[in-house]
Ligand binder design. Structure first.
Ligand SMILES: NC(=O)c1ccc[n+]([C@@H]2O[C@H](COP(=O)([O-])OP(=O)(O)OC[C@H]3O[C@@H](n4cnc5c(N)ncnc54)[C@H](OP(=O)(O)O)[C@@H]3O)[C@@H](O)[C@H]2O)c1
Length: 199
């Protein structure tokens, strides 16, 4: 079955953006070694408008779909980017946005858990959960893999990795890759038995 993979950049204290939603305290262009790794492993997580800059023609990889909340979609929208990942089918969760003009962008007002379960039941590649914290909080029981780009930064406050009531879930570390810049990419899978019995 297709997996839901939360691939996200965070701080040591668990934030993915500043309290105002900005994220320019993370490197906007990854360090060369990190960029090389991203291009080799997850080029599809680079926005389509950046492909020419990085010499990417058509990115191939494990995903064919991305899901994100309006809070994650909107910074791009504010810059006129209506289809940030045009190489993927994009589902944007929102109860306020109008339908998108692009066929590859669908605005979804349905329950995220039921929607993602239905997506997983279809044939296809894995599903990238781009964020943000609100959507990831609701989808936590459905996250099969968590890939955290852990930056050597303590932010103090901000948008959390997940916004959810206290509900500890266990993940199993399967890969830890340090980079010279101090970034650490941690890859976890959801631990069997680490979920609530009703999931
Ligand atoms: N560091 C990283 O790698 C990374 C990755 C992604 C995002 N971010 C940052 O995270 C921030 C966004 O995170 P966030 O937690 O504030 O917001 P978010 O999860 O991206 O989006 C929240 C919005 O999603 C919609 N939504 C949530 N639950 C829904 C449901 N059940 N049904 C339908 N729509 C639903 C709502 O939109 P409506 O109000 O329109 O209904 C809600 O306001 C941004 O600052 C972004 O830059 C960082």
């Amino acid at each position: 079955m297709r997996k839901l993979v939360y691939y996200v950049a965070g701080t040591l204290d668990g934030f993915i953006a500043a309290p105002d939603g900005s994220y320019d305290f993370f490197p906007l262009v990854p360090e060369p070694d990190v960029l090389a790794h991203t291009m080799a492993t997850y080029p599809q997580t680079l926005p389509t408008f950046a492909h020419a800059q990085f010499g990417i023609d058509r990115p191939e990889g494990r995903f064919d779909t991305v899901v994100m909340g309006r809070g994650t979609y909107e910074p791009g929208l504010a810059m006129g980017v209506t289809s940030p990942y045009a190489h993927l089918q994009q589902y944007v969760f929102s109860r306020t946005l109008p339908p998108a003009a692009e066929p590859e962008v669908e605005i979804v007002a349905d329950d995220p858990v039921a929607f993602v379960r239905a997506l997983k039941a279809r044939d296809g590649k894995d599903i990238w959960l781009a964020g943000g914290g609100q959507l990831a909080g609701q989808l936590l029981p459905e996250i099969d893999e968590l890939i955290l780009k852990l930056n050597p930064i303590v932010a103090g406050s901000g948008v959390p990795l997940v916004t959810r009531d206290f509900d500890p879930r266990r993940f199993t570390l399967v890969e830890a890759r340090p980079f010279d810049s101090g970034l650490l990419i941690l890859r976890y899978t959801r631990s069997e038995g680490g979920q609530d019995s009703d999931d």
